[in-house]
Ligand binder design. Structure first.
Ligand code: AP5
Ligand code: MG
Length: 198
């Protein structure tokens, strides 16, 4: 079982690349942010608890998100593996995940998508109004970046050599090629026509 963990700042392309990888590997894409947004839209108890915290760009409690992840990865479609987008986001979540994955006997593949802050801001500004995400407002996005810097960025130290850094600048295809190059079982489709010679 392969557990692929995508790390990166808000707007770094975790969701974009996780979706492509999910399609190419036939593994489920698990985005804690997307699951929480759906719960908010459905008005469930979970959604009620998460709504204001998410809109402010802060982290939902570790207990809530771990519950979401544990439940989702125990589903039958995750038996070959899964792609985590947006989890873990702090040391406590990383430790909890480590425990769960070792119980499952899963191999961890950790990839960090590195994008400079000015590009993150430009991307999130670019989707404002189209995606309707409340946390894309200037203020909430600034808070998400602060939370990322203080809580999530230190995960790179936590994982050390186990995390592979890839450049998140460039086209979506280029970033996908870097991502596939970091995973021995993934292959990126060729993006340029190749001459076949004999
Ligand atoms: P979450 O939904 O995970 O949001 P995020 O991490 O802040 O990041 P985004 O989804 O905005 O960015 P992304 O990295 O997925 O990039 P994307 O592919 O969209 O979390 C939202 C909230 O939920 C959190 O703030 C928190 O409240 C809560 N939450 C979630 N997980 C939690 C956890 N574990 N613990 C506690 N709370 C949690 O790309 C961004 C934009 O750029 C898009 O428009 C895209 O089209 C574009 N783009 C992508 N790639 C490229 C490229 N190569 N070139 C140009 N544009 C590109
Ligand atoms: Mg996302």
């Amino acid at each position: 079982m392969n557990a692929i963990i995508l790390l990166g700042a808000p707007g770094s392309g975790k969701g974009t690349q996780a979706a492509r990888l999910a399609e190419s590997l036939g593994l489920p894409h698990i985005s804690t942010g997307a699951i929480l947004r759906q719960a908010v839209a459905d008005g469930t108890e979970l959604g009620m608890a998460a709504r204001d915290i998410m809109a402010a760009g802060r982290l939902v409690s570790d207990e809530i998100v771990l519950g979401i992840v544990e439940e989702r990865i125990s589903a039958p479609d995750c038996s070959r593996g899964f792609i985590l987008d947006g989890y873990p986001r702090n040391q406590a979540q990383a430790r909890a995940l480590g425990g769960v994955l070792s119980r499952l006997g899963a191999a961890e593949w950790i990839v960090n998508i590195a994008v400079p802050p000015e590009e993150l801001a430009a991307r999130v500004r670019g989707r404002r109004g189209t995606d309707g995400r409340q946390d894309d407002s200037e203020e909430a996005f600034r808070r998400r970046l602060e939370v990322y810097e203080s809580e999530s960025f230190p995960l790179l130290d936590h994982y050390g050599d186990r995390a592979v850094n890839i450049a998140g600048l460039g086209s979506r295809d280029e970033v996908f090629s870097h991502l596939c190059a970091a995973l021995p079982f993934a292959t990126a489709p060729l993006t340029t026509p190749q001459l076949v010679t004999r």
